[in-house]
Write a protein that binds this ligand. Structure first.
Ligand code: MCA
Ligand code: AMP
Length: 504
């Protein structure tokens, strides 16, 4: 039976004994093992009552087994819902309540804590650890290594990825088989991925970048990957001589640059370094080129749209530019208020349309409608310019968003939590330049008159409610927040005022 995405993956297999993944501890996964284990997991899903169209929510540490679970969901026609390992039980409650999965898969040590959350929506709970342990592995051992893939059309959903909303509530972006497949096919060609490629994979696998861009491109190229459990400078230097490509967020590159081992010989075996998820400073691009001889290829994407633009493989990889619309993807820059097209070079809203663009937000038809133009272009919220030849640069954000080390953080969510603390009158959360994370989360807080509350009390109130990466790296207390004539907090003034906080 036809399964839109998995058929393409299956048809790209170079041979059953070709290596797909070299995991830590020198554990090798061939393409044959990928077929066998994704089949075993798919059989487990069926045994646990997961039917086509059911959601499978997964919060587990990075491992090759976790990737097999993703592929099993694709084969079983289920909708894969990956969740950041840093999310607290409070945050998970929302995602699980909203997505109502049939099955929730968590790390063995989290099972007890999350069992009630799964039970609340009538979901089964299974565990998967990063040492090939957990109930899911036990069940899979007993299963057959074959599975009749469930029929899935291009427009059927393959995944839901939650992306934070400007109102503070996360929205589930519904991604179809064709969204994922079309983008991976285009990227494979654009970046010239082939069977001899070995990708250094140090990204988390609960986001588009590490899950779809890195993994689907590798699979469709019939290539292989060196799978690191996380980004670690020493491990990266140890493996660079064996890899041909690396994908990373800008923090990966700034951390490599701080290390004396970064040199032309160290990067000699690599044919392509790719960066995305956050702006790569032109200075980082230039320093990296000086030290290694490699011009990092920067691309631009979003959870809702997969990858949108990329610098060219051949031709200039211009620092500060995200390149051209990918083949088959239409990009335009418009007046944010009216949606009218702007002249080349004028900054405006980046809008995108194509087979890469998602099918809408889960359970939020109104929100979905608001973010599309009548002609089907998706409004990204990013402000950019387009040169007459189509080259795009991102010059700002129309949305109140902080990107820290490649993770998106919506200030409203943090402000809501801080404002709810006793003794706080109001707060404004901003991102200011941070030497390591690109932007550092900073809370500017106004206390109620005579309130004694200090930074420590605020931080302890946020503990357990917000993932650590969202928590402010710094809190400043002020008497009042700057506002414009309409009463809106002027975050640009605060960003200027505190721009030097993490400079050194
Ligand atoms: C970890 N910490 C962070 C971050 N990561 N704080 C702020 N921002 C972060 N990104 C905090 C932890 O909470 C902890 O705090 C301390 O840093 C050390 O944690 P550790 O896990 O050791 O951190 P790390 O290994 O240094 O991680 C930094 C990292 C990681 C390697 C940059 O965040 C990372 O892999 N980021 C990649 C994100 C990504 O893949 N984004 C793609 C999104 P404490 O000590 O206080 O407990 S997809 C996307 O955006 C679109 C589609 C696109 O275009 O790709
Ligand atoms: P997410 O919601 O996690 O998918 O993050 C998508 C956002 O990350 C985009 O809307 C951009 O604001 C930002 N982004 C991704 N790639 C780049 C890039 N190369 N340069 C600047 N911003 C980027």
């Amino acid at each position: 039976m036809a399964n839109h995405l998995f058929d393409a993956i299956r048809n790209s297999i170079p041979s059953l004994d070709a290596v797909l993944i070299e995991a830590e501890g020198e554990r090798i996964w061939t393409y044959g093992a990928m077929l066998a284990w994704s089949a075993r997991f798919a059989n487990v899903l069926v045994e646990l009552g997961v039917a086509p169209g059911d959601r499978v929510a997964v919060q587990v540490e990075k491992s090759a087994e976790a990737l097999m679970l993703y592929l099993a969901c694709v084969r079983a026609g289920a909708i894969y819902l990956p969740l950041n390992t840093a999310y607290t039980a409070t945050e998970l409650e929302y995602f699980i309540g909203d997505a109502t999965p049939r099955l929730v898969v968590v790390a063995p040590e989290a099972a007890e804590r999350l069992a009630p959350v799964a039970a609340d929506v009538g979901a089964s709970l299974a565990t998967l650890g990063d040492r090939a342990d957990g109930t899911l592995m036990e069940l899979a051992e007993a299963q057959a290594e074959t599975f009749a893939d469930v029929e899935r059309q291009a427009g059927d959903l393959a995944a839901i990825l939650y992306t934070s909303g400007t109102t503070g509530r996360s929205k589930g972006a519904m991604l179809t088989h064709e969204n994922l497949l079309s983008n991976a096919v285009v990227l494979k060609e654009y970046w010239r991925f082939g069977r001899t490629d070995r990708l250094l994979h140090a990204l988390p696998i609960f986001h588009t970048h590490g899950l779809f861009v890195a993994t689907n491109v590798t699979l469709l190229a019939g290539a292989s990957m060196l799978l690191l459990s996380k980004f670690d400078v020493d491990r990266v230097f140890a493996l660079l001589p064996r890899a041909t490509t690396m994908m990373g967020v800008p923090t990966f590159y700034t951390r490599l640059l701080q290390d004396v081992r970064l040199s032309e010989p160290a990067a000699k075996h690599i044919r392509l370094f790719i960066s995305g998820s956050a702006p790569l400073l032109a200075e980082t691009h230039r320093s990296f080129q000086e030290r290694t001889g490699h011009a990092i290829l920067e691309r631009y994407g979003m959870t809702e749209t997969n990858m949108i633009t990329s610098n060219p493989f051949d031709g200039a990889r211009v620092p500060g530019s995200v390149g051209y619309a990918l083949p088959g993807v239409s990009v335009r820059v418009t007046d944010p208020a009216t949606g009218a097209a702007l002249a080349a070079g004028e900054p405006g809203m980046i809008e995108v349309k194509g087979p890469n663009v998602f099918a809408g937000y889960w359970n939020m038809p109104e929100k979905t409608k608001e973010e599309f133009r009548a002609d089907g272009h998706f409004i990204t919220g990013d402000i950019g310019t387009m040169e007459p030849d189509g080259r795009v640069a991102i010059v700002g954000r129309g949305k109140d968003l902080i990107i820290s080390g490649g993770y998106n953080i919506y200030p409203k969510e943090i402000e809501n939590e801080i404002d709810a603390i006793d003794g706080i009158l109001e707060s404004a959360v901003i991102g200011v330049p941070h030497r390591d994370f690109g932007e550092g989360v900073t809370a500017v807080v106004v206390r109620q008159p005579n309130a004694q509350i200090d930074e420590k009390r605020i931080m302890s109130s946020l503990e357990g409610r917000l993932a650590r990466f969202k928590q402010p790296k710094h809190i400043v207390f002020v008497d009042d927040l700057p506002r414009n004539a309409m009463g809106k907090v002027q975050k640009n003034i605060l960003r200027d005022q505190y721009s030097g906080l993490f400079a050194k």
